[in-house]
Design a protein around this ligand. Structure first.
Ligand SMILES: NC(=O)c1ccc[n+]([C@@H]2O[C@H](COP(=O)([O-])OP(=O)(O)OC[C@H]3O[C@@H](n4cnc5c(N)ncnc54)[C@H](OP(=O)(O)O)[C@@H]3O)[C@@H](O)[C@H]2O)c1
Length: 236
Protein backbone atom coordinates (compact mmCIF):
# COMPACT_ATOMS: atom_id res chain seq x y z
CA UNK A 1 0.00 0.00 0.00
CA UNK A 2 1.05 3.58 -0.54
CA UNK A 3 1.98 5.10 2.80
CA UNK A 4 1.66 8.63 4.06
CA UNK A 5 2.70 8.42 7.74
CA UNK A 6 0.36 10.64 9.80
CA UNK A 7 -1.96 11.75 7.05
CA UNK A 8 -5.53 10.54 7.05
CA UNK A 9 -8.84 11.93 5.77
CA UNK A 10 -11.32 13.85 7.89
CA UNK A 11 -13.49 10.92 8.98
CA UNK A 12 -17.20 11.05 9.75
CA UNK A 13 -19.07 8.06 11.18
CA UNK A 14 -22.69 7.90 10.16
CA UNK A 15 -25.28 5.44 11.36
CA UNK A 16 -28.80 4.89 12.54
CA UNK A 17 -29.53 2.85 15.63
CA UNK A 18 -32.55 1.71 17.63
CA UNK A 19 -33.35 3.06 21.08
CA UNK A 20 -31.57 0.04 22.54
CA UNK A 21 -28.42 0.58 20.48
CA UNK A 22 -28.79 -1.86 17.58
CA UNK A 23 -27.93 -1.26 13.92
CA UNK A 24 -30.17 -4.03 12.65
CA UNK A 25 -32.39 -6.82 13.89
CA UNK A 26 -31.65 -10.52 13.59
CA UNK A 27 -33.81 -11.24 10.55
CA UNK A 28 -32.65 -11.46 6.92
CA UNK A 29 -34.67 -8.35 6.08
CA UNK A 30 -32.87 -5.01 6.34
CA UNK A 31 -34.30 -3.08 9.29
CA UNK A 32 -35.54 0.37 8.33
CA UNK A 33 -34.33 2.73 11.05
CA UNK A 34 -34.28 5.95 9.05
CA UNK A 35 -37.04 7.97 7.42
CA UNK A 36 -37.26 10.02 4.21
CA UNK A 37 -36.00 13.25 5.78
CA UNK A 38 -33.00 11.45 7.17
CA UNK A 39 -32.27 9.59 3.91
CA UNK A 40 -32.12 12.98 2.23
CA UNK A 41 -29.73 14.30 4.89
CA UNK A 42 -27.50 11.24 4.45
CA UNK A 43 -27.53 11.85 0.69
CA UNK A 44 -26.20 15.37 1.33
CA UNK A 45 -23.44 14.01 3.58
CA UNK A 46 -22.53 11.46 0.92
CA UNK A 47 -22.37 14.15 -1.71
CA UNK A 48 -19.82 16.02 0.40
CA UNK A 49 -17.62 12.94 0.77
CA UNK A 50 -14.72 11.77 -1.37
CA UNK A 51 -15.19 8.15 -0.28
CA UNK A 52 -17.62 5.93 1.61
CA UNK A 53 -16.35 2.96 3.64
CA UNK A 54 -18.42 -0.01 4.80
CA UNK A 55 -17.48 -3.43 6.18
CA UNK A 56 -17.82 -6.52 4.02
CA UNK A 57 -20.70 -7.82 6.16
CA UNK A 58 -22.68 -4.69 5.32
CA UNK A 59 -22.01 -5.29 1.61
CA UNK A 60 -23.23 -8.90 2.01
CA UNK A 61 -26.22 -8.28 4.33
CA UNK A 62 -27.59 -4.95 3.15
CA UNK A 63 -26.45 -4.93 -0.47
CA UNK A 64 -26.24 -1.10 -0.42
CA UNK A 65 -25.75 1.04 -3.51
CA UNK A 66 -23.78 3.74 -1.66
CA UNK A 67 -24.61 6.30 -4.31
CA UNK A 68 -25.52 9.98 -4.16
CA UNK A 69 -29.14 9.80 -5.33
CA UNK A 70 -30.06 13.42 -5.97
CA UNK A 71 -29.33 14.47 -9.57
CA UNK A 72 -28.85 18.04 -8.35
CA UNK A 73 -26.16 16.97 -5.89
CA UNK A 74 -24.43 14.88 -8.56
CA UNK A 75 -24.50 17.92 -10.86
CA UNK A 76 -23.03 20.07 -8.08
CA UNK A 77 -20.17 17.62 -7.62
CA UNK A 78 -19.48 17.61 -11.37
CA UNK A 79 -19.60 21.42 -11.54
CA UNK A 80 -17.02 21.55 -8.76
CA UNK A 81 -14.73 19.32 -10.83
CA UNK A 82 -15.24 16.31 -8.55
CA UNK A 83 -16.15 12.76 -9.59
CA UNK A 84 -19.92 12.29 -9.93
CA UNK A 85 -19.95 9.77 -7.10
CA UNK A 86 -17.76 9.13 -4.05
CA UNK A 87 -15.27 6.27 -4.21
CA UNK A 88 -16.70 3.10 -2.65
CA UNK A 89 -14.45 1.28 -0.20
CA UNK A 90 -14.73 -1.98 1.71
CA UNK A 91 -12.46 -4.15 3.86
CA UNK A 92 -12.38 -7.91 4.11
CA UNK A 93 -10.39 -10.77 5.57
CA UNK A 94 -12.25 -13.63 3.93
CA UNK A 95 -12.78 -12.02 0.50
CA UNK A 96 -16.21 -13.63 0.17
CA UNK A 97 -17.84 -10.86 -1.77
CA UNK A 98 -20.21 -11.20 -4.70
CA UNK A 99 -19.06 -9.23 -7.76
CA UNK A 100 -22.74 -8.77 -8.61
CA UNK A 101 -23.48 -7.02 -5.29
CA UNK A 102 -24.78 -3.49 -5.80
CA UNK A 103 -21.64 -2.13 -4.13
CA UNK A 104 -19.80 -3.24 -7.30
CA UNK A 105 -22.56 -3.33 -9.90
CA UNK A 106 -24.18 0.07 -9.37
CA UNK A 107 -22.33 3.15 -10.59
CA UNK A 108 -19.39 3.39 -12.92
CA UNK A 109 -17.09 5.04 -10.39
CA UNK A 110 -14.11 3.29 -8.81
CA UNK A 111 -14.38 0.77 -5.98
CA UNK A 112 -11.60 -0.30 -3.64
CA UNK A 113 -11.39 -3.57 -1.72
CA UNK A 114 -8.78 -3.63 1.05
CA UNK A 115 -8.08 -7.29 1.53
CA UNK A 116 -5.95 -9.32 3.95
CA UNK A 117 -2.76 -10.61 2.32
CA UNK A 118 -3.63 -14.31 2.58
CA UNK A 119 -6.87 -13.98 0.60
CA UNK A 120 -5.77 -11.29 -1.82
CA UNK A 121 -5.26 -13.76 -4.67
CA UNK A 122 -8.81 -15.05 -4.28
CA UNK A 123 -10.16 -11.50 -4.09
CA UNK A 124 -8.25 -10.51 -7.21
CA UNK A 125 -9.56 -13.53 -9.10
CA UNK A 126 -13.20 -12.77 -8.24
CA UNK A 127 -13.27 -9.01 -8.03
CA UNK A 128 -10.57 -7.48 -10.21
CA UNK A 129 -13.03 -6.91 -13.08
CA UNK A 130 -15.27 -4.79 -10.83
CA UNK A 131 -12.89 -3.22 -8.29
CA UNK A 132 -9.30 -2.46 -7.42
CA UNK A 133 -8.09 -5.01 -4.88
CA UNK A 134 -5.45 -3.73 -2.47
CA UNK A 135 -3.22 -6.03 -0.41
CA UNK A 136 -3.72 -4.44 3.00
CA UNK A 137 -1.46 -6.76 5.03
CA UNK A 138 -2.43 -9.09 7.85
CA UNK A 139 -4.10 -7.99 10.01
CA UNK A 140 -5.72 -5.22 8.04
CA UNK A 141 -5.41 -2.10 10.14
CA UNK A 142 -7.88 0.63 9.46
CA UNK A 143 -5.32 3.33 10.19
CA UNK A 144 -3.29 2.00 7.25
CA UNK A 145 -6.43 1.91 5.10
CA UNK A 146 -7.20 5.54 6.00
CA UNK A 147 -3.64 6.62 5.26
CA UNK A 148 -3.71 4.81 1.94
CA UNK A 149 -6.99 6.53 1.06
CA UNK A 150 -5.42 9.88 1.93
CA UNK A 151 -2.51 9.08 -0.38
CA UNK A 152 -5.08 8.40 -3.12
CA UNK A 153 -6.56 11.88 -2.66
CA UNK A 154 -9.41 11.14 -0.24
CA UNK A 155 -9.79 14.09 2.13
CA UNK A 156 -13.31 13.46 3.47
CA UNK A 157 -14.24 9.91 4.37
CA UNK A 158 -17.73 8.84 5.40
CA UNK A 159 -17.94 5.55 7.31
CA UNK A 160 -21.37 3.92 7.06
CA UNK A 161 -20.90 0.84 9.25
CA UNK A 162 -21.46 -1.74 10.32
CA UNK A 163 -20.67 -2.24 13.97
CA UNK A 164 -17.33 -3.98 13.53
CA UNK A 165 -15.99 -1.18 11.35
CA UNK A 166 -17.39 1.56 13.61
CA UNK A 167 -15.76 -0.10 16.61
CA UNK A 168 -12.35 -0.13 14.97
CA UNK A 169 -12.56 3.42 13.64
CA UNK A 170 -13.53 4.68 17.10
CA UNK A 171 -11.11 2.60 19.19
CA UNK A 172 -8.21 3.35 16.83
CA UNK A 173 -8.87 7.08 17.27
CA UNK A 174 -9.59 7.60 13.57
CA UNK A 175 -12.95 9.36 13.90
CA UNK A 176 -13.34 13.13 13.78
CA UNK A 177 -17.12 13.29 13.87
CA UNK A 178 -20.09 11.08 14.67
CA UNK A 179 -23.54 11.58 13.20
CA UNK A 180 -25.79 9.20 15.08
CA UNK A 181 -29.47 8.88 14.32
CA UNK A 182 -31.71 7.34 16.96
CA UNK A 183 -34.88 5.69 15.69
CA UNK A 184 -37.94 5.26 17.92
CA UNK A 185 -37.97 1.47 18.03
CA UNK A 186 -36.44 -1.29 20.13
CA UNK A 187 -34.81 -4.38 18.66
CA UNK A 188 -34.26 -6.38 21.82
CA UNK A 189 -32.53 -9.34 20.19
CA UNK A 190 -29.20 -10.54 21.63
CA UNK A 191 -28.11 -11.81 18.21
CA UNK A 192 -28.53 -8.45 16.47
CA UNK A 193 -25.61 -6.14 15.60
CA UNK A 194 -24.90 -3.31 17.98
CA UNK A 195 -23.65 0.13 16.98
CA UNK A 196 -20.30 -0.87 18.52
CA UNK A 197 -18.84 -3.95 20.17
CA UNK A 198 -16.53 -4.12 23.18
CA UNK A 199 -13.34 -2.07 23.06
CA UNK A 200 -11.30 0.71 24.57
CA UNK A 201 -12.94 3.87 23.34
CA UNK A 202 -11.30 7.28 23.52
CA UNK A 203 -14.45 8.65 25.14
CA UNK A 204 -15.26 6.80 28.36
CA UNK A 205 -15.24 7.54 32.08
CA UNK A 206 -14.56 11.23 32.58
CA UNK A 207 -13.58 11.87 28.97
CA UNK A 208 -16.77 12.83 27.24
CA UNK A 209 -17.39 13.52 23.58
CA UNK A 210 -18.61 16.99 22.68
CA UNK A 211 -22.24 17.10 21.60
CA UNK A 212 -22.42 19.72 18.87
CA UNK A 213 -26.10 19.63 17.92
CA UNK A 214 -29.35 17.71 18.10
CA UNK A 215 -31.83 17.84 15.24
CA UNK A 216 -35.25 16.27 15.06
CA UNK A 217 -36.08 14.85 11.63
CA UNK A 218 -39.69 13.72 11.81
CA UNK A 219 -39.62 10.75 14.19
CA UNK A 220 -35.83 10.32 14.47
CA UNK A 221 -33.21 12.47 16.14
CA UNK A 222 -29.77 13.25 14.78
CA UNK A 223 -27.00 13.63 17.37
CA UNK A 224 -23.85 15.26 16.07
CA UNK A 225 -20.64 14.79 18.08
CA UNK A 226 -17.16 16.26 17.66
CA UNK A 227 -14.64 13.50 18.30
CA UNK A 228 -11.36 15.25 17.55
CA UNK A 229 -9.75 18.66 17.40
CA UNK A 230 -10.14 18.43 13.62
CA UNK A 231 -13.94 18.57 13.92
CA UNK A 232 -15.28 20.94 11.31
CA UNK A 233 -18.58 22.78 11.67
CA UNK A 234 -18.68 22.91 7.90
CA UNK A 235 -21.88 21.48 6.51
CA UNK A 236 -21.20 18.45 4.32
N1 LIG B 1 -28.15 1.16 10.87
C1 LIG B 1 -27.12 1.51 10.13
O1 LIG B 1 -26.85 2.70 9.94
C2 LIG B 1 -26.28 0.44 9.52
C3 LIG B 1 -25.25 0.78 8.67
C4 LIG B 1 -24.44 -0.23 8.16
C5 LIG B 1 -24.69 -1.54 8.51
N2 LIG B 1 -25.70 -1.85 9.35
C6 LIG B 1 -25.91 -3.23 9.77
O2 LIG B 1 -24.74 -3.72 10.36
C7 LIG B 1 -24.65 -5.11 10.13
C8 LIG B 1 -23.23 -5.45 9.75
O3 LIG B 1 -22.37 -5.03 10.77
P1 LIG B 1 -21.19 -5.94 11.29
O4 LIG B 1 -20.62 -5.34 12.51
O5 LIG B 1 -21.67 -7.34 11.35
O6 LIG B 1 -20.18 -5.92 10.09
P2 LIG B 1 -19.41 -4.81 9.24
O7 LIG B 1 -18.70 -3.87 10.15
O8 LIG B 1 -20.30 -4.26 8.21
O9 LIG B 1 -18.38 -5.75 8.48
C9 LIG B 1 -17.56 -6.64 9.20
C10 LIG B 1 -16.75 -7.38 8.20
O10 LIG B 1 -15.88 -6.45 7.54
C11 LIG B 1 -14.61 -7.02 7.36
N3 LIG B 1 -13.68 -6.31 8.22
C12 LIG B 1 -13.94 -5.42 9.19
N4 LIG B 1 -12.80 -4.95 9.71
C13 LIG B 1 -11.81 -5.55 9.04
C14 LIG B 1 -10.40 -5.48 9.11
N5 LIG B 1 -9.76 -4.69 9.98
N6 LIG B 1 -9.69 -6.25 8.28
C15 LIG B 1 -10.29 -7.06 7.38
N7 LIG B 1 -11.62 -7.16 7.26
C16 LIG B 1 -12.36 -6.42 8.09
C17 LIG B 1 -14.74 -8.48 7.73
O11 LIG B 1 -15.21 -9.08 6.54
P3 LIG B 1 -15.04 -10.60 6.09
O12 LIG B 1 -16.05 -11.33 6.90
O13 LIG B 1 -15.40 -10.57 4.63
O14 LIG B 1 -13.65 -11.01 6.36
C18 LIG B 1 -15.84 -8.44 8.79
O15 LIG B 1 -16.51 -9.66 8.93
C19 LIG B 1 -25.62 -5.44 9.02
O16 LIG B 1 -26.63 -6.25 9.57
C20 LIG B 1 -26.20 -4.12 8.61
O17 LIG B 1 -27.59 -4.19 8.42
C21 LIG B 1 -26.51 -0.89 9.83
Amino acid sequence: MASSSECRPYTLLSCGMSLDGYLDDATDERLLLSNDADFDRVDEVRSGSDAILVGAATVRNDDPRLQVRSAERVARRRAAGRPAQPLKVTVTNRAKLDPEARFFAVGSGPKLVYCASDTVDMATEHLSSVATVVDAGRPVELRGVCEDLFARGVRRLMVEGGGEVHTQVLTEGLADELQLVVAPIFVGHPGATRFVGPGQFPFSGRRRARLVSTTQLDDVVLLRYALSSRFSERAW
